[in-house]
Design a protein around this ligand. Structure first.
Ligand SMILES: [Zn+2]
Length: 372
């Protein structure tokens, strides 16, 4: 058996999205056996739950507030509660770390999991991966779960109320999906299913969905951001929430990652970039990746225009790097090109010198277009 010849694509079992979709939780939880352990953000517990009681009526819920960090101790604490109260499923309701904790708790309890994101800011909800942290905030390890979530459920009436910056960041993350999947497809590189060290490429389904993700953002991205600013849950908003969550999730996991996420990890080395969101840094990684991969003027214009229209960064200054020095570029480029990084899924060799050229060009193009 040669893993490189065996394609693999992973999906959540069920994806549910729409206004007032929370109302489906009682029925779904009942189908999983009855009582559910609901792990929520403190914000969700205090501000959201009291307003959605009617939608959750009839569900047998044990509600526990998440402690704030996805650590082994926090997971153990919640597993103990779930077992003691004889919960037959786990519901994660909130942001990324709450959802990762809920995924881990359900895996250890060996029960079904319902993931309920309150933001459309990243592509993590659909994946089989959870990131475990130390109580001090550093990453300890990636926990690769035996399966993707049983249900991912988004209530768009709720999501449209979140600050619009989260949706925009999600667009930045989703914008990387096709370019990275395309590189992996062309090179036959491994995707992100089943954790590090495996060699499976994706299936044609995964690449087709990654392409649909990009086309959806180009067509509806600007309309979705405008809708969200108006608090309007329009069809365009629905489409982009799906692109950010489902298409981007399937695309990164089963299509694979490339230059954009590697450059994101490089940018994260700079102190100035720390206050920016994942998708905002990924968006600049996409722009630099376009120069790195030698894309056409037409593609470059289209992607810059989308970033400008929705409000994603197009220059290093937009990411807080006011003074660009060779030293900073070198730090970013060297981290981008460490051996385990996904830039090596690109056709061209992932050399720090080439990454520096790409970042300089992307920044200059962003400034030129702004008339700077
Ligand atoms: Zn990402």
């Amino acid at each position: 058996m040669d893993e490189r010849l065996i394609a693999q694509t992973c999906f959540p079992s069920r994806y549910v999205q729409g206004p007032a979709a929370l109302g489906m939780i009682p029925r779904i939880a009942k189908g999983f056996g009855g009582r559910a352990l609901m792990i929520t953000d403190p914000f969700v517990a205090d501000k959201v739950l009291p307003t959605v009681q009617d939608k959750l009526q009839g569900a047998d819920l044990v509600i526990e507030k998440f402690g704030g960090e996805c650590t082994d101790d926090e997971i153990d604490r919640l597993v103990a509660i779930g077992k003691e109260r004889q919960c037959e499923s786990v519901i994660g309701f909130g942001g990324g770390k709450t959802l990762d904790t809920a995924k881990a708790v359900s895996a250890y309890m060996q029960v079904q999991i319902i993931i309920v994101p309150t933001l459309a800011s990243t592509d993590a909800p659909c994946s089989a991966r959870a990131v475990i942290y130390k109580p001090t905030g550093e990453v300890v390890r990636y926990l690769d779960l035996p399966k993707n979530p049983d249900v991912v459920l988004l209530d768009t009436e709720l999501i449209v109320k979140a600050p619009v910056r989260f949706l925009i960041s999600g667009i930045g993350d989703a914008l990387s999906t096709w370019f990275e999947a395309e590189s992996c497809m062309t090179k036959g590189a491994a995707n992100s299913t089943c954790g590090a060290g495996h060699l499976h490429p994706g299936t044609m389904t995964a690449y087709a969905l990654a392409k649909l993700c990009y086309e959806t953002l180009c067509e509806y991205g600007t309309l979705a951001v405008m809708s969200a600013k108006a608090g309007a849950c329009t069809p365009a908003f629905e489409k982009v929430v799906e692109a950010n969550t489902l298409l981007s999730g399937l695309g990164f996991e089963s299509g694979g990652l490339g230059a954009a996420h590697a450059i994101h990890n490089g940018l994260s080395e700079l102190e100035e970039c720390h206050k920016y969101m994942h998708g905002e840094k990924v968006a600049f990684g996409v722009l630099a990746g376009l120069f790195f991969a030698d894309k056409s003027q037409e593609v470059i214009d289209k992607v810059y225009k989308l970033c400008e229209d929705v409000g994603l960064p197009t220059t290093l200054a937009d990411l807080g790097v006011k003074e660009v020095t060779e030293e900073k570029l070198k730090i970013v480029a060297e981290r981008t090109c460490v051996p385990e990084e996904t830039i090596h899924n690109e056709l061209r060799p992932g050399l720090p010198s080439q990454v520096i050229q790409a970042i300089k060009a992307a920044d200059a193009e962003g400034r030129r277009r702004k008339g700077m």
